[in-house]
Design a protein around this ligand. Structure first.
Ligand SMILES: [Zn+2]
Length: 263
């Protein structure tokens, strides 16, 4: 790996580059470079050149930029200038079924999907193995193949299509768009839970709550951690969404697997 490669931060550059972060940092670098240049011209040039190179390679140089730059840009009324890929990022919705939560819980406990211990509810080891291996298979599917898997797994007829980097579902009682990582997790739930003789509508209702138990990223297999939505730089929410929103997200690809409700 070259020195340049080791400096690169692909999660904050290329398609993931956040324009508010880049511009705010370029301004900071220019101001610092100018200020130093007034004192001693060569120092100003060196700082400006190194700063510009780092912003180019890493997305930003000022620590913590992703947490403040979009809000700063929004606060001064310039967010309209920085449209992310001309389109607001889509917020994933959830598959929903009209099932009593108590009925769902007791069904999942009876089917050995969940187990209740002193310190809370857990996925059983077998259910986790089945769920994760279904996810591993689905992970390899193309978007169109995933859309077919969603259509086949849903307990009702629906028009399912790969759209906007995710899956849109148009059925008799729901019309939703779900992200690819969520579609992978949810189809795996439908397959693994229904396999245990659970009513498919209960499996459907379980898709969202079960994502809380995710330990590996549905999309890439990386580790999942509790984090907050970063509102740019590979994050998933728009400028106006709260970056402090608690989520389960992938440490490696930034996929949001589960969003905790607002307290
Ligand atoms: Zn991932």
């Amino acid at each position: 790996m070259s020195v340049i490669d080791s400096l690169k931060r692909p999660e904050h550059t290329g398609a993931n580059r956040c324009r508010p972060c880049t511009v705010v940092n370029a301004v900071v670098v220019a101001v610092v470079g100018l200020a130093l240049g007034v004192l001693w011209l060569p120092a100003g040039f060196v700082v400006a050149a190194i700063g510009a190179a780092l912003v180019y390679l890493r997305g930003y140089v000022v620590p913590g930029t992703p947490s403040f730059a979009p809000r700063l840009v929004a606060a001064v009324g310039l967010s309209g200038v920085f449209e992310h890929d001309d389109e607001e990022p889509r917020q994933s919705e959830s598959l929903d079924a009209n099932v009593d939560p108590d009925v769902m819980l007791s069904t999942l406990l009876d089917a050995d999907v969940l187990v209740e211990r002193e310190d809370g509810l857990f996925l059983t080891d077998e259910a986790r193995d089945e769920w994760e291996s279904a996810m591993a298979t689905l992970r390899k599917a193309s978007d169109d193949e995933l859309a077919e898997a969603v259509a086949a797994a849903l307990p009702f007829e629906a028009e399912v299509a790969a759209e906007f980097d995710g899956i849109s579902i148009d059925g008799p009682s729901m019309s939703v768009w779900i992200s690819r990582p969520q579609a992978i997790a949810d189809v795996a739930t439908l397959l693994a839970v229904t396999e245990r003789a659970v009513d498919p509508m209960v499996s459907l209702a379980a898709t969202e709550p079960l994502r809380m138990f995710t330990e590996v990223c549905p999309e890439c297999g990386g580790p999942v951690e509790e984090t907050t939505v970063r509102n740019c730089c590979g994050g998933t929410a728009g400028v106006y969404d709260s970056p402090e929103h608690e989520v389960l997200g992938c440490e490696e690809c930034g996929a949001v697997v589960y969003e905790f409700g607002d307290e």
